[in-house]
Ligand binder design. Structure first.
Ligand code: NAD
Ligand code: WQD
Length: 332
């Protein structure tokens, strides 16, 4: 079976390519490398002994996509390609809407033209918006977001629901990721953002590596056990494996389904920093700062649906996530 992986050079996409190749899928990657590096394909080959077929294209570009579909019999698509920085999306919303929506529309049109009927989409827990209480269940309303990035996920989920409603043979899975961290155990691929990281784990590892002076913990006065925000951190390899289960589900079923990919357990910022220190036997300089605009106090997943329908649940511990995140940075 041949799978087109858009955004396959990125953090989650590269780990999913590894799992796909190791499970015998033929993998074709389409990525414009706007947030990733070309050597990722070689690193995947070092891990698997096989390399995905790679096309450096913009997924918004219908003609370039068409060439891929002409050259390969694509059976299913996993759609990771997109811009993902929440803060940046507030400053340049049109770029986010253009990139994330256009790439999805081009892809769906091309899939339609070539009779490809299965897609797994990288959605996000952000679609649950600010009003639903944790743990989030897939049947909660997902019609609001707090930033342009989040709106692109809300809109794309709707586009997929509409596409499935118009074609009884179409199958779409919206995977709502919680907070992916960690890295492949080889240390060859991981999260490698350019510039100063926005997300917690990449920031922690850079402080630990001495590249940044200290971590600022954004608020210790939330209504949580220790006052810092709680999130559902999930190892990226567990997350990647969830995509293979979703592909199998899309093969067996028609219509559209959403699944949470989280562990079902929350960790506070203080807890994650301490887990990182303990797992790696080092100290992370930190200070308490003001709350960050838009942060919710506590977010975690209800994981029952993925367990029951996908036969998937996360296996790796927070300790492993912390050790693997650090191993990747040490090896770079
Ligand atoms: P990433 O930035 O590491 O990977 C995305 C990849 O898509 C990059 O390699 C980038 O070069 C590519 N890309 C972007 N726009 C493109 C375009 N128009 N054409 C071709 N390639 C393009 O991000 P990631 O963390 O691996 O996230 C993958 C997906 O999962 C994204 O859609 C993201 O919104 C979603 N997601 C990520 C998280 C997270 O915390 N990392 C959480 C929830 C959802
Ligand atoms: C985690 C916690 C911060 C940095 C974001 C997106 C979400 C999804 C995942 C894509 C929060 C705290 C952070 C720092 C800190 N992405 N923090 N100091 O905000 O839960 O989710 O990434 O869909 O949509 O919003 O992740 O890693 O930025 O923050 O104290 O320097 O760490 O306040 O509580 P977040 P994050």
């Amino acid at each position: 079976m041949s799978v087109l992986v858009t955004g396959g050079a990125g953090f989650i996409g590269s780990h999913t390519c590894v799992e796909l190749l190791n499970s015998g899928y033929d993998v074709v990657v389409a990525d414009n490398l706007c947030n990733s590096k070309p050597d990722v394909m070689d690193r995947i080959a070092l891990i698997c002994g096989k390399k995905p077929v790679f096309y450096q294209i913009d997924v918004c570009d219908c003609e370039a996509l068409r060439c891929i579909f002409q050259q390969h019999q694509i059976d299913a698509v996993i759609h990771f390609a997109g811009l993902k920085a929440v803060g940046e999306s507030c400053g340049i919303p049109l770029r986010y809407y253009r990139n994330n929506l256009d790439s999805t529309l081009s892809l769906l049109e091309c899939m339609q033209e070539f009779g490809c009927k299965k897609i797994v989409f990288s959605s996000s827990a952000t679609v649950y918006g600010p009003s639903n209480p944790s743990p989030y269940t897939e049947d909660m309303p997902v019609n609001t977001a707090t930033n342009p990035y989040g709106w692109t996920k809300v809109f794309i989920e709707q586009i997929l629901r509409d596409t499935a409603a118009a074609d009884a043979d179409f199958s779409a899975i919206n995977l709502r990721y919680f907070n992916p961290i960690g890295a492949h155990e080889s240390g060859l691929i991981g999260d490698d953002p350019d510039g100063i990281p926005n997300n917690l784990m990449p920031y922690i590892v850079r402080v630990a590596a001495g590249q940044l002076e200290k971590l600022t913990i954004f608020g210790d006065d939330y209504p949580t056990a220790d006052g810092s925000c709680v999130r559902d951190y999930i190892h990226v390899v567990d997350l990647a494996k969830g995509h293979l289960k979703a592909l199998e589900y899309a093969n067996m079923n028609r219509g559209v389904e959403a699944f949470n990919l989280g562990t079902g357990n929350g960790s506070s910022v203080f807890e994650l920093v301490e887990a990182f220190e303990n797992a790696n036997n080092l100290t992370v300089n930190r200070v308490i700062g003001a709350r960050r605009d838009g942060d919710l106090p506590a977010v975690w997943a209800d994981t029952q649906k993925a367990k029951e329908k996908l036969n998937w649940s996360a296996e790796k511990t927070v300790q492993e996530m912390c050790a693997d995140s650090w191993n990747f940075v040490k090896k770079k």
